[in-house]
Design a protein around this ligand. Structure first.
Ligand SMILES: Nc1ncnc2c1ncn2[C@@H]1O[C@H](COP(=O)(O)OP(=O)(O)O)[C@@H](O)[C@H]1O
Ligand SMILES: [Mg+2]
Length: 366
């Protein structure tokens, strides 16, 4: 698939713009703080359902305005679609092909993109949250059930945590309610756990072949889902999650939150048999993350039949020549949107070069 136009009104430092993209490589270049990342942020919202910078709608609204609007036209393998989002003083309106979409979760799974930005390079070294996020975002784009399971899980977790907090503060608790929330939590945890493992089985194969190619056969990666519970089937997992949740409430009442569940799980990455978190060199970390991102695209293609758009924010400058060339040659998706400062890397006959200055976008192609 590829993005055709993105219109923005009062979005961050952009007043009123319509940005045109072409299939193939689009390079947004300009000095710092001009609005390059802002465009990717607005675009990736359609794939992820929120800002990848963790910004609220209010923070994304241009200073001094009450709200903002963006609209995306894109082409998938079947047809052209339009999605739009309007925010004004706390009200949100989502539309797809002219129809209102009430639930945020139903907005996902139409426009698909793989984002790669410099913080991703910390995915190997950082704590488990970065890896869980990676899985959540990647799976959400391929599997609409996952989005629903996850929303249910989050709701149950909030309720269960509130109950634990209340019990901790008042020294009393409603055993029946705790049991009920543990049961619901275990039930959606089992579904999410299974989906994550299934996704990992696809992802690890692709990641391994990219790593092998990049390292000329020298590096091998192992990826395993790490959890406090074990089980192969939904029923086994449900029973296991339920067991740890019902047996450990005393510990949970001391700390004040739920200690078990998929919000505590992780992905263990091993490079040549050793923990990547502890032992991967900088070069190996880059190779791993680069391969994971390419694999994310390959799995999306495999599971949905759609080629995602690749969004690369300032990453080319972070990669050495060998990895940069490999990446650009290997991501065979129909569209790449990337940002950077150095336009000499690209020739204007093959690339849609867009100059970004003060929230305005000028392309030589138009
Ligand atoms: N809510 C906002 N309203 C107006 N301007 C904003 C808002 N949020 C960020 N900006 C401006 O956007 C610019 C940063 O844009 P960004 O796309 O991150 O830059 P870069 O081109 O370096 O990627 C800064 O000038 C910043 O002040
Ligand atoms: Mg930027």
């Amino acid at each position: 698939m590829y993005a055709q136009t993105l219109s923005l009104k009062n979005y961050r430092n952009i007043q009123n713009e319509e940005v045109f993209f072409t299939p193939g490589v689009n390079f947004l270049y300009g000095e710092n703080a001009q609005g390059k990342t802002n465009i990717l942020e607005a675009l990736y919202f359609y794939a992820r359902g929120k800002s990848f910078r963790g910004a609220t709608d209010k923070e994304q609204t241009a200073f001094g305005c009450d709200g903002y609007e963006t609209s995306l036209t894109f082409q998938d393998s079947q047809r052209s679609q339009v999605m739009s989002y309007r925010y004004c003083k706390g009200e949100k309106v989502r539309q797809r092909n002219g129809m209102n979409v009430d639930r945020a979760t139903e907005f996902l799974g139409h426009f698909r993109a793989v984002l790669f930005f410099p913080d991703d390079l910390e995915m190997v070294k950082d704590g488990p949250e970065a890896r869980r996020n990676f899985l959540n975002v990647a799976i959400s784009q391929c599997n609409s059930s996952y989005v629903k399971y996850y929303a249910t899980y989050k709701r149950c977790l909030e309720q269960r945590n509130a109950l634990i907090k209340y019990a901790q503060k008042n020294d009393v608790f409603d055993e029946e309610q705790l049991y009920a929330w543990s049961d619901s939590l275990a039930s959606s945890a089992a579904l999410i756990h299974l989906e994550r493992k299934r996704y990992l089985s696809f992802l690890s194969g692709h990641t391994q072949s990219f790593i092998e190619e990049l390292s000329k056969g020298k590096e091998k990666i192992d990826m395993t889902y790490e959890s406090a519970v074990e089980g192969e089937s939904r029923k086994e997992l449900y029973e296991s999650y339920k067991k740890v949740l019902t047996e450990n409430w005393r510990k949970e009442f001391i700390v004040g939150y739920s200690l078990y569940g998929i919000h505590r799980d992780d992905v263990d990455l091993k490079i040549n048999g050793r923990s990547a978190r502890l032992f991967a060199s900088q070069g190996q970390q880059r190779t791993i993350v680069l391969s994971l991102k390419m694999a994310e695209g390959a799995v999306c293609r495999e599971l949905t039949g759609e080629e995602p758009v690749f969004l690369l924010d300032d990453v080319l400058s972070e990669l050495d020549e060998k990895r940069r060339r490999f990446f650009l040659e290997e991501i065979s998706g129909p569209q790449i949107l990337m940002t950077g400062c150095d336009k000499s890397l690209f020739s204007s006959d093959k690339t849609n070069i867009i100059e970004v200055k003060g929230g305005q976008y000028v392309s030589a192609h138009r």
